[in-house]
Design a protein around this ligand. Structure first.
Ligand SMILES: Nc1ncnc2c1ncn2[C@@H]1O[C@H](COP(=O)(O)OP(=O)(O)OP(=O)(O)O)[C@@H](O)[C@H]1O
Length: 347
């Protein structure tokens, strides 16, 4: 089955500076894709190119049956049928909530009749659960409410694709997490294909069906949240996606020897013949035992669990434990494996 959104070999430059290199990305209809990467890696440029605000030097973007970008073709943004949710909601300050949502309906090329417009606005207000605030001005909304209105405005003209640029940045953590779940439910309810960019790995892993990891303008890996987290294709992906213990390993046949002994391992990325390997073990893939010569040197309490830092001479390990297993600083403990050991060729 060919993908609904298909980006092929996309290259984008600002002047002589190339920012995106050979981007390949596909999404099926109704998919929620997160593009995650650090600041400056090219996330916004990718969204702006899909939206038609930047021109590609090379490559193709196809959405449904429409070619948006191809050698010699650059469909103007108004004809792309793409909704846009910017970071700061950017609602029109002089229009009410309902008028903001209706704005893009009035702009549709086919023209939507007044009565149908108001029906669509009612439907969207219900979808974002803000029917009672329809006559409020943007200045009278909380950050989360404003973002929901921005999403409704983006959905109003029934776009084929919605692009969201860090839509939850600037919101407090609890609201962020609630709104993420709500936005995902709204998009799924309307079967809308969506691309979200974020520099927050937790956000990418929790909200998306598919995560694409962008590093310095190149996609390092695309996969489901569990695939990219549990089998990162590179050390960079592993580090970007969460806490990890990085150990030096030596090949012993099919196994690898580290400070934790000789164990089986899984290749992450391409297998290699190298004898010395980078070994990665997530803190939740270790557990503490009663007897051993590792000393607890720091405790980061997170409520639902805690991250213990253990030291033995120059060696250091982070271990995630359940609240009932938290030890005291200075306690001596042992360490055992409780999850996968990943290995990469050293670079
Ligand atoms: N209009 C522009 N002209 C020249 N260079 C630009 C322009 N816009 C962005 N850049 C550069 O392109 C690179 C990618 O920028 P982009 O905004 O796409 O990154 P980003 O991943 O979205 O970053 P952030 O998370 O900080 O928003 C950066 O080095 C940036 O300085």
């Amino acid at each position: 089955m060919s993908a609904f959104l298909e980006i092929t070999d996309l290259n984008v430059s600002y002047g002589h500076t190339q920012v995106l290199f050979d981007i390949n990305l596909a999404a099926q209809q109704g998919d929620f894709v997160a593009i995650a990467g650090p600041s400056g890696c090219g996330k916004t440029t990718l969204l702006r190119t899909i939206l038609g605000l930047e021109r590609a030097q090379r490559g193709t973007i196809r959405l449904g049956r429409s070619i948006l970008t191809m050698h010699g073709i650059h469909l103007v943004p108004e004809k792309r049928n793409i909704g846009w949710v910017p970071q700061d909601a950017a609602l029109f300050p002089m229009l009410t909530v309902a008028e903001n949502i209706a704005f893009s309906l009035a702009k549709t090329p086919r023209g939507v009749k007044k009565q149908a417009q108001s029906g669509r606005v009612d439907e969207l207000l219900e979808l974002i659960n803000l029917t009672l605030l329809r006559n409020r001005m943007p200045s009278e909304l909380s950050g989360g409410q404003a973002q929901r209105v921005a999403l409704a405005r983006a959905l109003a003209a029934q776009p084929q694709l919605v692009l969201m640029d860090e839509p939850f940045a600037g919101l407090d953590p609890v609201l962020r997490s609630d709104l993420r779940a709500e936005v995902k439910a709204i998009l799924k309810a309307s079967s809308t294909t969506a691309l979200l960019v974020t520099h927050d790995q937790t956000e990418a892993l929790s909200i998306a069906d598919t995560v694409a990891l962008l590093n310095q303008g190149r996609i390092e890996q695309v996969g489901s949240p569990s695939v990219v987290y549990n089998t990162p294709a590179s050390k960079w992906v592993a580090q970007f996606l969460g806490e990890a213990n990085h150990l030096v390993g030596t090949r012993r046949g099919d196994e690898v020897e580290t400070i934790l002994g000789t164990t089986q391992f899984t290749w992450s990325g391409e297998p290699s013949e190298q004898e010395t390997l980078d070994v990665l073990i997530r803190p939740e893939s270790l557990r503490i035992t009663d007897s051993g010569d590792w000393k607890v040197t720091a405790i980061e309490y997170c409520g639902h669990d805690a991250l213990l830092t253990l030291q033995r001479g120059v060696d250091r390990l982070d271990v995630r434990v359940a609240p009932q297993e938290i030890r005291s600083r200075g306690d001596e403990v042992g360490v055992a494996l409780a999850g996968p050991v990943l290995a990469y060729p050293t670079t």
